[in-house]
Design a binder for this molecule. Structure first.
Ligand SMILES: [Zn+2]
Length: 429
């Protein structure tokens, strides 16, 4: 079932007409500094934008007690108070098509060294057809796209002839618990589109690794540097623990361990030493240090197995001669996420690929991702096919993150046509 050619033309014309408005929405979203714990302004803005589409925004709390026993739950880092996810549901006059979820996260990763940015990370800048700013690509352009796609239908005098849910969620970048809470709070839909940023090209996610976050706190023995040998330096001990993880990374990337869906990907399993903190004084032997790590999980493994591997690596480090009399404490907070494969032959994936090709004359490449998205929740725990694809972005999680505005509009057009084909159309209310 595809929308007729007159409707398709009208929808794509509306997408074009909305181009500058869509870029304004993206700029407004980028101005919200929605790092972990600070998502409120972005959530409020999306609620306002849902309202502008004629929908009623609804707040969905992330309740760890309600989610704790769910296999998709990850141990939280901070409290969820004042950070409720926002959703809205379009209800047609008459259901004639298939239901759909349009999902996106509003949280962004920290800016890093902000003195390295060409312009301040939360002040959007357009140059050479690209918008720069933290979150511009990952994934505020995607959120702007799905909002614009729905708006384009309305502008063409149309609306989906099936229920369409929109989700704006927190913590995609550290737990995925926001997505899980929003998904479970609403009825299952027959497909889901997540316009996540493509990895430097127009791509659709064919698979993604899982991720486990772990934290190791090392307690040594303090001393003045004059009697350094009497003390045990926690920072040096933490580096010994880290060595074990880097060996593990090498092991997990051996060809025979790499799943077929990741063949051809160079180094798909990454162990990132993300944070280190510790020590008290340049002239004191450091008492305590803490390292925070992100450990990738290959398809065919589970987060639970990886957790067990991490426990073993830390236990082995504890037995290392160099770490005698050192106390090691291991904690799991943040991602406990399984890997997943997205079916490239599902109805929604095929529609997205066909419509993208119709709009751009190019193929969306199916790419296995070495990072993760919220898509796993829908695929693994709701048996809902996911099309995870979106604008072309550069330097995501890095300095001077930016997104191609042309590709954002291609994403908008692709989503608008996919809604028309998947949900069917009726005259706008
Ligand atoms: Zn993202």
């Amino acid at each position: 079932m595809t929308a007729d050619s007159g409707a398709r033309r009208a929808i794509l014309q509306a997408v074009d007409a909305l181009r500058s408005e869509t870029e304004d929405v993206l700029a407004r979203l980028v101005r919200c500094p929605s790092v972990l714990g600070q998502e409120a302004s972005a959530l409020d803005l999306v609620a306002e934008l849902y309202g502008a589409l004629g929908l009623v925004p609804q707040r969905i709390p992330t309740d760890p007690d309600a989610l704790r026993d769910h296999p998709g739950f990850s141990p939280p880092l901070i409290s969820y108070a004042g950070r409720d996810n926002v959703v809205a549901t379009h209800t047609p006059r008459e259901v004639r098509g298939r239901s759909l979820t349009l999902q996106g996260h509003v949280d962004v990763v920290p800016v890093g060294a902000d003195d390295l940015w060409t312009t301040p990370p939360f002040e959007p800048r357009v140059e050479g057809g690209r918008m720069y700013g933290r979150g511009a690509a990952d994934m505020k352009a995607g959120v702007a796209s799905y909002l614009a796609a729905f708006r384009a239908l309305k502008l063409a005098g149309l609306q989906p002839a099936a229920p369409v849910q929109m989700h704006a969620v927190i913590e995609e970048e550290c737990t995925g618990n926001g997505a899980l809470a929003a998904m479970l709070a609403l009825p299952r839909t027959e497909a889901c589109i997540i316009p996540e940023v493509g990895p430097g090209l127009a791509g659709i996610y064919a698979a993604e690794v899982g991720v486990v976050w772990a934290w190791v706190t090392v307690t040594g023995r303090p001393a003045h540097v004059r009697e350094m040998q009497a003390g045990i330096n926690a920072i040096e001990a933490a580096l010994v623990v880290a060595e074990g993880f880097k060996r593990y990374e090498g092991e997990m990337n051996r060809a025979e361990r790499v799943h077929a869906s990741f063949r051809g990907v160079n180094h798909p399993v990454n162990v990132n030493l993300g944070t280190i903190e510790g020590g008290e004084w340049n002239s004191s032997v450091a008492t305590r240090a803490r390292i925070g790590m992100r450990v990738g999980v290959m398809m065919g493994y589970t987060a639970a197995q990886t957790k067990a591997d991490i426990e073993r690596i830390v236990a082995e480090a504890g037995a290392d001669e160099r770490l005698r009399n050192v106390a090691l404490k291991l904690e799991f907070k943040g991602f406990m996420a399984d890997p997943c494969v997205f079916d490239m032959e599902s109805g929604i994936a095929r529609l997205v690929r066909t419509n993208y090709a119709e709009i751009t004359g190019e193929e969306l490449r199916a790419v296995p991702a070495t990072g993760l998205t919220d898509g796993r929740h829908f695929e693994l725990y709701r048996n809902t096919p996911v099309a995870c694809f979106g604008p072309e972005g550069q330097n995501i999680h890095g300095i001077d993150e930016n997104v191609s505005l042309d590709s954002m509009h291609h994403t908008t057009g692709t989503i608008a046509l996919a809604i028309a084909d998947w949900c069917g159309l009726e005259p706008a209310a």
